[in-house]
Design a binder for this molecule. Structure first.
Ligand code: FE2
Ligand code: FE2
Length: 301
C-alpha cells in the first residue's frame, strides 16, 4: 500500500530552438535536460511516474513549424522511453501543434486521456488524469473543467471510497488561486471553472491530492483535508522534479530533486531577478516537506 512515485512537469522539449524563450525556460538546451533527466528519475526507483504536461513546445508562443513539431515529439518519446517505471501523461497547453491546435500527433506517441482517465497505478491508489482541452489550447490556453470531467471524477471518487482506495487528480493548469506576491509575475494560469472542481473535490473524501504544473512554480497548500501540489518546471530553474512517498499511516512526503547541471541551472537563474527565481523555486516546504493527509489516513489507516 505505501506508494512511491515521481511527478515531473513542463519539460518543454524543442528539437531545434533558436532561442530560449521566456525565463526560466532554456529551450536551446532541452536535449541536455532530457539526457540528465532519464538517469535522475530512474535513480528514484519509483513505482510509477506522472508527467504534468508541456512535454513539448508546440502550440502557443513558440512558432514551431509542423515538421519540427513531429521531430520534437519523436525525440521526447525516445527520451521518456528510457524511464524504467510506467509513465502516465496529462496534456499541457503547449503539447498541441502550433498550426491547428490538435493533439493528434502528440497522442500517437504519448497516451493522453480523452477527458478524465482513471488508472489503477498501485495497490489502493488510483490516478485521475485530466485533459482539460476539449477546445484547442490555441483558443483556450487555460483549459476548462467541464461537466463531463466533474461527472467522471464524482463517479470514480465514489467507487474509490467504497474500495478504500485513494484517488489523486493530475491536471496541467492550476486550480487554486495564487498569492498576491506571485500575481506581479505570472497572472492567471487557473483552469476555467476551477470553483466547481474544488467543490467536487471537497465533496469526495477519496481525493487526497491535486497535482498541477503549467505555472512553473513550486507550491504546496493544505486545503481542508487534502493537498494541492504545484510543481516547478524541468526546462529551467529550479530544474527538477518531485519525488513523492505516501505512507500507510496517511503521510505525504516529498523531495524536489534538481538535475545535476550546475552551469545550465546558473544560466537559467541569471535570466531573472532573485525574487522571481525565489517564486519559481518556492519556499523550503514547497519543495521538501512531510504532511499528514487526513483523508489518506482515513482510507489506508
Ligand atoms: Fe509550461
Ligand atoms: Fe502550460
Amino acid at each position: 500500500m505505501p506508494s512511491h512515485f515521481v511527478f515531473v512537469t513542463d519539460s518543454h522539449h524543442h528539437a531545434a530552438a533558436a532561442e530560449d524563450f521566456g525565463a526560466p525556460k532554456m529551450l536551446t538546451r532541452s536535449h541536455e535536460i532530457h539526457r540528465a533527466m532519464v538517469p535522475a528519475i530512474n535513480a528514484c526507483k519509483a513505482d510509477f511516474i506522472v508527467h504534468g504536461g508541456d512535454v513539448v513546445c508546440g502550440g502557443g508562443s513558440f512558432e514551431m513549424p509542423f515538421d519540427i513539431y513531429l521531430q520534437t515529439i519523436d525525440e521526447a518519446k525516445n527520451a521518456f522511453d528510457g524511464l524504467h517505471a510506467p509513465t502516465y501523461y496529462v496534456p499541457g497547453n503547449h503539447d498541441c501543434d502550433a498550426q491547428e491546435g490538435s493533439f493528434e500527433a502528440f497522442a500517437r506517441q504519448f497516451p493522453i486521456p480523452e477527458t478524465l482517465d482513471i488508472v489503477e497505478a498501485a495497490p489502493r491508489l488510483r490516478l485521475a488524469l485530466a485533459n482539460v482541452y476539449p477546445v484547442s489550447p490555441l483558443e483556450d490556453s487555460l483549459g476548462t473543467w467541464t461537466e463531463a470531467h466533474d461527472r467522471i471524477l464524482r463517479e470514480a471518487a465514489a467507487r474509490a471510497y467504497d474500495d478504500r482506495c485513494a484517488l489523486i487528480l493530475f491536471i496541467h493548469p492550476w486550480v487554486f488561486p495564487q498569492y498576491e506576491a506571485q500575481a506581479d509575475f505570472v497572472p492567471g494560469g487557473i483552469v476555467s471553472n476551477a470553483e466547481q472542481l474544488m467543490e467536487t473535490v471537497k465533496d469526495q473524501p477519496a481525493v487526497i491530492a491535486i497535482f498541477t504544473g503549467h505555472r512553473h512554480i513550486n507550491r504546496i497548500r493544505t486545503y481542508r483535508d487534502f493537498l494541492i501540489i504545484d510543481t516547478a518546471c524541468l526546462i529551467g530553474f529550479p530544474l527538477g522534479f518531485r519525488e513523492v512517498w505516501l505512507t500507510e499511516d496517511g503521510y505525504f512526503k516529498t523531495r524536489f530533486r534538481t538535475l545535476d547541471l550546475p552551469d545550465l541551472m546558473q544560466a537559467s537563474f541569471d535570466r531573472s531577478p532573485v525574487k522571481t527565481n525565489q517564486m519559481w523555486q518556492g519556499e523550503v516546504h514547497d519543495r521538501d516537506t512531510e504532511i499528514l493527509i487526513p483523508r489518506l489516513k482515513a482510507l489506508w489507516g
